[in-house]
Design a protein around this ligand. Structure first.
Ligand code: 3PG
Length: 307
């Protein structure tokens, strides 16, 4: 019997990405169904009932979803962060969970720099702003996205520093940034800090008052990672205490209303936009489809993220 694959995306891929996925799956003899812009978890739960594999984005693959997908063998998060997948539930049910690292990194990096320019130019309000050239950017976690941010930042003439607890000084420097040994030093050194840490038990709420308060005058925190890594109350308190600190985030924090008092010092995208380009959708979506076929046909678990 041919395998059934579901694309479940509240935030749809560009049409060309769905077509690319369809091509890969059709060639393998698989059937594709697509659930886009669904409004409740119940719709997702109903759609997974008979699928062998699924491709999602930031969609919530909860324990309930995994348990309802009785035939599920593999779930691919087309993207980097997999905090939206209940990995323990996957393991318990013998489901392999994967991500597609690197496939959407350039899109996220371009957005990070784009938002930095937007804020540095006062939201294009006609007043004199500032330039990125010559400023120091600190990359907090130097993985696929962080390295792309570094590459684009160099194009702007920025000095690129990086801290990554899982990389040696030599590895960071080989990958093109000036290595900083402690997270505290990254914040006290850099005019801009760009976050690229995953959201997990170790990082949630870790970007707090004391850390961001180390930034020099005029410091800008740039978050294209996850809102959950920010200690939201702490950051609002810091921005109230220091009227020079600015915050940019790809997707509004839960306490966004409290930022109204900081006019001109923050910018939030209305929807998570980092990976929302046709190129990133095509790269991540097609990589996901190939990973599904390689896993089902050859047992290839290269991009597995659950233990
Ligand atoms: C990722 O983790 O890859 C990005 O945050 C993209 O998320 P999205 O697919 O929901 O846009």
């Amino acid at each position: 019997m041919s395998k059934k694959v579901l694309i479940a995306t509240v935030k749809p891929f560009a049409p060309a990405a769905v077509e690319g996925i369809r091509e890969v799956l059709t060639k393998a003899g698989y059937e594709l169904s697509v659930l886009e812009k669904y409004e409740s978890q119940d719709e997702l739960i109903a759609a997974v009932a008979d699928v062998d594999a699924m491709i999602i984005r930031s969609d919530k693959a909860t324990k309930e979803v995994i348990e309802a997908a009785k035939n599920l063998k593999v779930i691919v998060r087309a993207g980097a962060g997999f905090d939206n997948i209940d990995c323990a539930a996957c393991t318990e049910r013998g489901v392999v969970a994967m991500n597609t690292p690197g496939q959407n990194s350039n899109a996220v990096a371009e957005l990070a720099l784009g938002m930095m320019v937007f804020l540095a130019r006062n939201g294009f309000n006609g007043k004199a702003g500032s330039e990125l050239k010559g400023k120091k950017i600190g990359i907090h976690a130097y993985g696929n996205v962080g390295r792309n941010v570094g590459r684009v930042a160099k194009g702007f003439g920025m000095e690129v520093y990086a801290f990554d607890p899982f990389m040696s000084k030599e590895q960071i420097e080989e990958a093109g940034a000036i290595a900083i040994e402690t997270v505290e030093e990254l914040y006290s050194t850099c005019d801009y800090v760009s976050l690229h840490i995953p959201a997990n038990v170790h990082t949630k709420g870790s970007i707090n008052y004391d850390l961001v308060n180390r930034m020099p005058k005029g410091g800008v925190l740039v978050n294209t990672a996850r809102k959950e890594v920010i200690d939201e109350a702490g950051l609002v308190k810091l921005m109230a205490d220091r009227d020079d600190i600015k915050y940019i985030s790809d997707v509004a924090p839960d306490n966004a209303a409290e930022y109204a008092q900081f006019d001109g010092r923050y910018f939030f995208t209305p929807k998570k936009m980092g990976a929302q380009t046709a190129e990133a959708n095509i790269n991540a979506g097609i990589a996901g489809a190939n990973q599904i076929v390689n896993f089902i046909e050859n047992g290839d678990e290269k991009f597995r993220v659950n233990k």
